[in-house]
Design a protein. Structure first.
Length: 291
């Protein structure tokens, strides 16, 4: 066979292999298993949105194990954060009459918001600011847990911030791509949570975060965020995220969604909750998914 024919066949084979790998990556990024066991990053690794630093992407993401999912129905937990200056969004969320979870940064404004949310039966988390890569140019704000702090300083800071938001059910991290990769400092945070019988939701701002795995190792109830609603592209971007929630939940049995508060948040949630319930999905407090 002429050399030119061999070269053409080789080129076609290479193109076919690239197409198969591209399809395999697309499937893995949308929640299915890789046909070849390749560690494609999941779509949860697509950064970022307002208030979140770009994630340090690596080859291997660490999604929640499907074997952990309980067999009692398909569940969706929605955490809405950045509500401190969004009182009208909180009011609209309360009007939904559904168990939406809210996450609040420490501060005097948050205390009043937390009380109002708790009175409405909403679950409240402390949105604990932690040092990201790029600090101080990228600054989570007052009360940030820093890598330069000693373990005792971190312990006192976490306790002080929890005391400022009485009645919180658990804690999640705000930013924190750097600190959530540090075992010693995360362990110190978990010690405080364990003493107060609180759970952790790893916001997964770095796919090298060890916060969820460390919590499981030491026996603290924990969960990990899978989806992050992108509000940087306006309502079209938000809808693109909400459109994927049902598929994620049905593939895994459950999904945790993090959504920064926007004027459109409650309106879109009302629309999508109706769709989810029509498909047999249940909206639940995030504590129900913490194990």
């Amino acid at each position: 066979m002429p050399a030119r024919v061999w070269q053409t066949l080789a080129g076609l084979i290479v193109l076919l292999l690239l197409a198969v790998l591209g399809l395999d990556q697309w499937q893995a990024r949308h929640g299915e298993s890789s046909l070849f066991g390749l560690p494609w990053p999941a779509i949860a690794d697509v950064p970022p949105t307002i208030g979140y630093e770009p994630r340090r992407l690596r080859l291997r993401a660490q999604p929640v194990s499907l074997s952990d999912a309980p067999p009692n129905g398909t569940r969706v937990a929605v955490i809405v954060n950045q509500l401190e200056a969004q009182r009208e969004v909180l009011e609209a969320l309360r009007d939904l009459g559904r168990p939406v979870t809210v996450a609040l940064l420490p501060g005097s404004t948050s205390t009043a918001v937390a009380r109002g949310a708790a009175r409405s039966g909403m679950e409240v988390l402390l949105d604990l600011p932690m040092e990201p890569y790029g600090y101080p140019q990228l600054d989570p704000g007052p009360g940030t847990l820093l890598m330069s702090m000693s373990q005792e300083e971190i312990r006192r800071a976490v306790a002080r911030q929890l005391d400022s938001l009485p009645g919180v059910a658990g804690v999640t991290n705000y930013m924190g791509s750097k600190l959530t990769e540090d075992r010693a400092r995360i362990h110190t945070v978990l010690e405080v949570l364990a003493a107060r019988h609180l759970f952790l939701v790893d916001a997964f701002t770095s796919n090298l975060s060890i916060a969820y795995d460390e919590a499981k190792r030491v026996g603290v109830r924990a969960a990990r965020r899978q989806m992050l609603i992108d509000v940087t592209r306006g309502e079209s971007g938000e809808r693109a995220g909400w459109d994927e929630v049902a598929g994620w939940a049905e593939r895994r049995g459950e999904v945790i969604v993090l959504a920064p508060a926007q004027p459109s948040t409650a309106r879109l949630l009302r629309e999508y909750i109706g769709r989810w319930e029509a498909r047999g999905l249940r909206l639940v407090p995030v504590s129900e998914l913490a194990r």
